[in-house]
Design a protein around this ligand. Structure first.
Ligand code: SAM
Length: 211
């Protein structure tokens, strides 16, 4: 079955809308971020990591709560985000994290490097044609035994719409497609679940291991 809705933009145009949008709304987004609580799933990710684990946060935004929690647990934390304004906020919130300004779809890290890779509310902004590549890259960047926690969407959807007063772009497949992509990348799935979060949002969480 094809996507329920497409906006017809290329992945590059899509990315530009997301990046420019977050550069403008970063401060407002961070003020409203605390209404989304994902502590249970994040804690299950943390429980599978050892002290001094190397963790990557994809689309880390302003560094709170995820990178902050990683540092509080004694992990070596790296965040990547392509919004300059978000990274400026992250520098203040989590000065001990290693912060990279870049587009994760164009990034490359060493193979077998990270013990954990986490991403909350970010892959939903990456053009869904690129999701299989992202999962394959995450698999490559993780050490054997490493874990991925991915928060993606409950629906197959793609649109450009007004969000906090700016244009914003979303693109994501349905849960069964995301799960299949994760399995195709080679992961063993530990759990997948739909969780209502806050502000009428439902997140589809996948926790998976590289064997
Ligand atoms: C909704 S915010 C989520 C931020 C943070 N993860 C959180 O939980 O609050 C989405 C973030 O993903 C970033 N992002 C989206 N696509 C990206 C990409 N291709 N490469 C790097 N960052 C990206 C945006 O700039 C934005 O900061």
């Amino acid at each position: 079955m094809g996507p329920k809705r497409t906006h017809g933009k290329s992945p590059d145009e899509h990315s530009r809308i997301v990046r420019d949008g977050y550069d403008k709304i970063a401060h407002q987004y961070m003020q409203e971020r605390e209404q989304y609580c994902n502590d249970k799933e994040i804690q299950e990710f943390i429980n599978r990591l050892h002290e001094k684990a190397r963790v990557l946060d994809i689309g880390c935004g302003g560094g709170v709560p995820v990178l902050k929690m990683m540092l509080e647990n004694g992990f070596i934390a790296t965040g990547i985000d392509f919004s300059k304004t978000m990274l400026e906020i992250a520098k203040k919130n989590v000065p001990d994290a290693h912060l990279i300004h870049g587009d994760v779809t164009k990034a490359d890290f060493e193979s077998n490097f990270f013990d954990g890779i986490i991403s909350t509310y970010a892959i939903i902004h990456i053009h869904k044609s690129l999701h299989p590549v992202i999962y394959a890259q995450i698999y490559k960047w993780l050490k054997p035994g490493g874990v991925m926690l991915m928060g993606t969407s409950w629906s197959d959807w793609e649109e450009i719409a007004e969000y906090m007063g700016v244009d914003m772009a979303w693109s994501h497949p349905a849960p069964d497609t995301s799960l299949q992509m994760v399995k195709n990348a080679g992961f063993e799935v530990i759990f997948d679940r739909l969780v209502p979060t806050g502000n009428n949002e439902t997140v589809y969480w996948i926790l998976a291991r590289k064997n």
